[in-house]
Each structure stands twice: as structure tokens, then as C-alpha cells.
Write a protein that binds this ligand. Structure first.
Ligand code: F6R
Length: 245
């Protein structure tokens, strides 16, 4: 495990959510006009609810700049499966983050590779990220960076792997409803972040968390890039942290 890594273990779900929210707010309040990316998924849901319940009146949201972490490709702008709509509903809208401060992937861009280039060019001008909040997949993926993705990758379009399709099926009532293509920030975009907060909860994440943080740094486990960067906080519940404490 890298020496700059801070591990925080929450006793229960409530502590996990409150701790995640306070960690995000503390980090953002230490920065000017921070540029942040947030994950979708089950793990961060309680954190968003805690941010809204406990911190919605903080001035920081008015100057926050948000950038998409990942997105399905090829969906119309009002498709309920869009990650950008999910993050807006759970977090950005209730916190009143200005619309003009949100840089989201355009899912139905006519050229999805050009859309990825647009994001990389935007990040060259407006980046790097000040804070990346990320979740980890049980195969070690981060966003749509699946095993085998180069550590040097910037934002890119991709075909979802069978594993991603399976794991996303739980959100949309079956594999048939999961879009087949995606677009994601790359591991190099994420590794450039000045601060990183990793959220992991549940026993299902315990093995992969230990492999990512204490195993070899390898593209087979995309989240192992975390060992190569500084200013990383891992927030895990007791079940997810069982092999790293
Ligand atoms: C989603 C994302 C993914 C998830 C991961 C864990 O934007 O970036 O890496 O964080 O698949 O998902 P949950 O939290 O649903 O277990």
C-alpha cells in the first residue's frame, strides 16, 4: 500500500455516508473553484443524500465545476438511464450547482470518439481534476475503465464488456436494457486528480479492494493505479475493509 494513502473505516452505513459527505465537503472547501467528478452507482447514493441533507447551504456549490466520470453512449438526452441525469437528480440539482458549470459527455454525439477528444481537450484547458470521487467495481474497474485498459488512457469510447453489462443489469431490470457502448474518463485523467476519494462498501468489494491497494500494480486491476498517486483517501465500511486493516 502506498504511504500517502489514508484509510478510513466506517462502522455502519450511516457513518459511511456521513463520513463520505464530510470528506468531500472538507476537500472541496480547501480548494478554489474546484473541478470534481462524481460516480454513479449504489455505493455513493447515501453520500449524495447526506450532502443534500447536511451541506446544501454551503456556498461552495455555486462555484463547483463538475465533469462527467462516465456515461452510456448513444442514448437520447432525456433517456432515464443517462448517468448525467442520475447525478443531476441525486446531487447537482439539489445542491444548486449551476448548469453552466457542468461539463457532461454528450451521449448521443454523432461521433463518440470525437466526443472523447472534446473531453480531453477541455481537460487540457480546464483541468486537471481537483477531486475525483470514485467507486470500484468488483473486477477492479473504475468508471468504464475495465481490466486491460492502459494506465495512460485519456477519455475514450468503448464497447461495454460482458461483465459491465451484467453488473449494470441490476439498475435497469435486465441485461437487455443495458446500453452496449460507453464513454469514460481514462485512468490518466483520474490519476492526474489532485485529490482522490475512493468509496467501497460491502463484503463484495473486500477482495478487490485488497488486490487494488496491496497487490501488483497491473492493468488487470485498473484500480491499482491508486497505488501510484498521492492524496488518496479510501473510505470503506468494515465489510469492504476486512482484508486491508
Ligand atoms: C460509475 C462508476 C463505477 C462504479 C462501480 C461500483 O460511475 O464509476 O466504477 O463506481 O461500478 O458501483 P456500485 O457503487 O453500484 O457498486
Amino acid at each position: 500500500m502506498s504511504s500517502g494513502m489514508r484509510i478510513i473505516v466506517a462502522e455502519d452505513e450511516q457513518e459511511f455516508n456521513l463520513r463520505a459527505a464530510s470528506l468531500v465537503v472538507e476537500t472541496l472547501e480547501s480548494l478554489n473553484n474546484p473541478l470534481v467528478t462524481f460516480p454513479t452507482g449504489m455505493t455513493p447514493l447515501g453520500m449524495y443524500r447526506a450532502l443534500v441533507a447536511e451541506y446544501r447551504d454551503r456556498p461552495l456549490w455555486r462555484t463547483l465545476r463538475f465533469v462527467s466520470l462516465d456515461e452510456y453512449a448513444g442514448l437520447p438526452p432525456d433517456d432515464p438511464r443517462l448517468f448525467s441525469l442520475w447525478v443531476a437528480k441525486e446531487c447537482l440539482d439539489p445542491l444548486s450547482v449551476p448548469l453552466e458549470n457542468r461539463m457532461c459527455f454528450v451521449s448521443n454525439a454523432s461521433d463518440i470518439d470525437a466526443e472523447a477528444r472534446r473531453m480531453n481537450e477541455w481537460l487540457l484547458i480546464h483541468g486537471p481534476l481537483d477531486l475525483a470521487v470514485v467507486g470500484i467495481g468488483s473486477n477492479g474497474h473504475i468508471a468504464f475503465n475495465e481490466p486491460g485498459t492502459a494506465f495512460e488512457s485519456g477519455a475514450h469510447a468503448l464497447a461495454l464488456t460482458p461483465e459491465s453489462i451484467r453488473s449494470n443489469a441490476r439498475y435497469w431490470g435486465g441485461e437487455d436494457h443495458v446500453p452496449r457502448h460507453g464513454i469514460t474518463l481514462g485512468l490518466a485523467n483520474l490519476a492526474a486528480a489532485r485529490h482522490t476519494i475512493v468509496l467501497a462498501s460491502g463484503a463484495g468489494k473486500s477482495d478487490i479492494l485488497a488486490r487494488a491497494l496491496t497487490g501488483p500494480v497491473t492493468v488487470d486491476v485498473p484500480a491499482s493505479y491508486l497505488q501510484t498517486i498521492s492524496n488518496v483517501s479510501i473510505l470503506a465500511d468494515k465489510a469492504a475493509a476486512q482484508y486491508i486493516i
